[in-house]
Design a protein around this ligand. Structure first.
Ligand code: ADP
Ligand code: MG
Length: 274
């Protein structure tokens, strides 16, 4: 593994979408032109909420940011690296080591313990068994589930399942966390718990991009981008880039999150490709 040249103090954006277009079924009768020239630069350490009506292209954009899908036109750069120049193996590595995903529907493996769920990406990353266990345990403690590690995922409440999913997303120490309506299926108390976790992760240096329908959720982000009909219709800053995120109530916990960060990826120099 070799690290690409580190970004200097005058940093390039950690995520850069450049005049991006996405068409589903291009050239066919079923063609849908979803993204129509989206340009967006996300700085390291930012916390960005993406809002917009259903069907406006939010998930499409997040899937491209997560290297789960590719644009039809335009460029996508992570840490200055054009994603289209990476091989499948390199892309898999970027997804596994550099990006953490959280979905609305949790996507945990059923009848499998919280610990085993969180260990899964570490299995793919080739981490040894004992190290996996240690990191998964740490990640579950970070989300307040240190006492639930042996519970089967289907024995946990929705809020707890989402916290397991967040632990799974951060277990490999990704610098960037992408979340698609992570609180969409949660009650207000669980939503607040999840938002406090995201806030602490951001205060500890991780870049967060979160899709949401709810103003309350977006108000926890430092920047709010609104998509409408496949274009960026508004882009406003709620809080400075280098500040703790709005709505974070427990700064002491944020400091602990920094101290027991699962790995140092939040401050890692750049995308690491084989
Ligand atoms: N795999 C797909 N094939 C064809 N059309 C799709 C596909 N995924 C999404 N779409 C369409 O693209 C548009 C944007 O979808 P999406 O990005 O999921 O929007 P949002 O997340 O903002 O609700 C919608 O009209 C949707 O029906
Ligand atoms: Mg969506």
């Amino acid at each position: 593994m070799t690290a690409l040249p580190a970004a200097g103090p005058a940093e390039k954006p950690v995520l850069l979408l450049d005049r991006l277009h996405k068409k589903y079924n291009p050239g066919s009768q079923l063609e849908v032109h979803v993204l129509k020239g989206v340009s967006l630069a996300v700085e390291r350490g930012d916390y960005v909420a993406i809002m917009g009506h259903s069907g406006s292209g939010k998930s499409t954009m997040l899937n491209i940011l997560g290297c789960l899908d590719v644009p039809t036109e335009g460029r996508y750069l992570i840490d200055g690296v054009d994603v289209s120049s990476l091989s499948e193996a390199q892309l898999a590595d970027v997804r596994n080591q550099y990006l953490g995903f959280v979905f609305q529907s949790f996507n945990l493996v059923r009848r499998t313990s919280a610990l085993a769920n969180v260990e899964l990406p570490l299995v793919y990353a080739g981490v040894s068994r004992s190290e996996r266990r240690r990191r998964a345990q740490t990640a579950l403690e970070l989300v307040g589930l240190g006492d639930r590690t042996g519970h089967m995922s289907n024995e946990l409440s929705g809020g707890q399942q989402q916290r397991v999913a967040i632990a799974r997303a951060i277990a490999t120490g990704p610098a960037i966390i992408l979340a698609d309506e992570p609180t969409g299926n949660l009650d207000s108390q669980s939503t607040e718990e999840v938002l406090q976790i995201f806030g602490r992760l951001n205060a500890a240096g991780r870049t967060i991009v979160i899709i949401t329908h709810e103003d309350d959720v977006a108000s926890h982000a430092k920047r709010v981008v609104i998509l409408a009909d496949g274009r960026i219709a508004a882009d406003r800053r709620n809080a400075p880039l280098h500040s703790s995120p709005p709505g974070l109530v427990d700064l002491t916990a944020a400091e602990e999150t920094t101290e027991i960060s699962v790995t140092d990826a939040a401050t890692a120099p750049g995308v690491v490709v084989p």
